[in-house]
Design a protein around this ligand. Structure first.
Ligand SMILES: NC(=O)c1ccc[n+]([C@@H]2O[C@H](COP(=O)([O-])OP(=O)(O)OC[C@H]3O[C@@H](n4cnc5c(N)ncnc54)[C@H](OP(=O)(O)O)[C@@H]3O)[C@@H](O)[C@H]2O)c1
Length: 451
């Protein structure tokens, strides 16, 4: 009976949105025994919500194209208390002000590579979870700080090699009882979760092919940029991609594997190329079921493809400094600074009043079900949201916010280091995405043989 008393009181408190938990003996008499089951559900929801209301998250790289909107999602959807940080206080302040978050988050100057400072902040701020939206080269340092300070961790991906290194820390994280779910943007992220969801519907898996594209529906195409760091774009144009082929990681030439793929309407056919990415690093091993091949291709809009090819041939991917008067600066750092300026400016522009720019993914999972060939295909599309004034790149900023919330509320609690396909339950995850107009569709094709 005492438990039942807690149940009803929990429900009432949830309803009144208060976080103070009291219960009184009088309530006990109000619960008819046949309502205990309902009361139990209400109580569990209450406890989850209560933990969420107390959730505190540190977002690193919060001035970036992705990180700023991750903060926004955490504040608006998860009601989290957020500490938003980047290396330059004025950058993060400006980003938060532009998104009307200035008085709703604490801003801070913090270098993600400074392990001691990150660990100290996690402890002094009482942070439960950390989302690392700074460049992927900082992932290992931030993980180390979280492990020392006792916070769960997520990030936007490790560009193949760093992801594999991060997974090597699994034992330490298991021992500490903390969860690190890595590589959680749109790609990697949504794509891994869709790949695993498709694999779960099949008895055996042969191949997972992933395609990514973006663009706009303007009659005359604007020159644009992808929804991810220009540094990563140039990595993609210069580093050899690695695919999972016949159960092994196999290097391919840069931008090879040209193929034509049909994306969801209104996009239609795009030409796509192999690009180095984290999905082929992990998916084959983690989905199991005999998965022999995982490939990843990007269908760049032709304007962007030309722009980035030109930047590469001009040497903008180079990290070696060039002397300008008495200053030495690398072409890549110079380009990054120009890009950060453009991103900051675009957040200040009047948002478009119509849907016109998109991010789209197609994930084909080929295998066998009931001894017949079967294919599960996911199409995921996100348009800019004119009502909220948020670009389509929220398909990258929202997933780590949701996973951070799930870590804080115990919905994801396995200790260790995992890629998204190993810890994230696809259906509730895609339902959360749907609430932000990130739309995932599943199509299933089974072959029936009459011979
Ligand atoms: N999984 C996916 O779908 C996906 C999609 C997009 C991007 N990404 C990856 O996510 C990362 C961020 O991408 P983005 O497009 O948001 O890049 P971005 O716009 O360049 O933003 C990164 C931000 O991190 C901050 N930063 C850089 N180094 C830092 C450090 N040491 N400590 C703290 N903050 C630091 C920078 O701001 P300050 O100069 O103010 O420090 C910058 O504003 C990239 O590695 C990218 O490849 C993944």
């Amino acid at each position: 009976m005492l438990a039942a008393l807690e149940l009803l009181d929990g429900g009432q408190l949830l309803h009144s949105q208060t976080t103070n938990f009291h219960f009184t003996q009088e309530i006990l008499h109000l619960i008819p025994s046949k309502c205990y089951a309902d009361a139990l559900v209400i109580y569990c929801t209450y406890l989850t919500e209560r933990r969420a209301l107390n959730m505190k998250t540190l977002v690193l790289g919060a001035s970036g194209q992705i990180g700023a909107y991750t903060v926004q999602d955490l504040v608006e959807f998860s009601k989290a208390e957020v500490v938003a940080a980047s290396r330059k206080l004025e950058n993060v302040k400006k980003a938060m002000t532009d998104l009307n978050l200035g008085d709703r988050v604490k801003v801070m100057e913090l270098d993600a590579n400074n392990r001691d400072a990150v660990a100290k902040t996690v402890k002094s701020e009482g942070v439960d979870t950390v989302v690392n939206c700074a460049w992927y080269q900082t992932n290992i340092a931030v993980m180390n700080a979280c492990l020392r300070a006792g916070a769960h961790y997520t990030d936007l991906g490790g560009f193949f090699d760093t992801s594999l290194k991060q997974l090597e820390f699994d034992k330490e994280w298991k021992k500490a009882g903390l969860n690190a779910t890595i590589g959680l943007g749109s790609t990697p992220g949504l794509t891994n979760i869709a790949g695993a969801a498709g694999a779960a519907k099949l008895d055996k898996v042969d191949t997972i092919n992933i395609y990514c594209s973006w663009g706009n529906t303007l009659p005359v195409k604007e020159p644009g940029w992808p929804g991810y760091s220009v540094r990563t774009v140039l990595d993609e144009f210069t580093q050899e991609p690695v695919m999972w082929l016949d159960g092994k990681h196999v290097k391919q030439p840069v931008l090879s594997g040209e193929t034509t793929v049909t994306m969801q309407e209104p996009i239609g056919k795009v030409t796509a190329y192999y690009v180095k990415h984290s999905e082929p690093a992990t998916l084959g091993r983690y989905v199991g079921k005999g998965c022999r091949n995982v490939t990843f291709r990007i269908g760049f809009p032709s304007t962007d493809f030309a722009t980035f090819s030109t930047l590469k041939s001009l040497g903008f991917a180079e990290t070696e400094g060039i002397q300008f008067g008495d200053q030495r600066i690398s072409p890549l750092d110079y380009l990054t600074a120009m890009y950060q300026r453009a991103i900051a400016k675009s957040r200040h522009d009047t948002p478009p009043s119509e849907e016109y720019e998109y991010d789209a993914f197609r994930i084909d999972v080929f295998g066998v079900r009931n001894e017949s060939p079967a294919t599960v295909t996911y199409h995921i599309i996100t348009w800019n949201d004119p009502q909220r004034g948020i670009p389509s790149a929220r398909d990258t900023s929202v997933p780590p916010a949701v996973i951070s919330h799930w870590q804080a509320t115990g919905k994801i609690k396995d200790p260790g280091v995992f890629p998204p396909e190993a810890t994230v339950d696809p259906e509730p995850f895609f339902i959360e995405m749907g609430k932000r107009k990130i739309r995932a569709e599943e199509h299933f094709t089974e072959t029936k043989k009459f011979y």
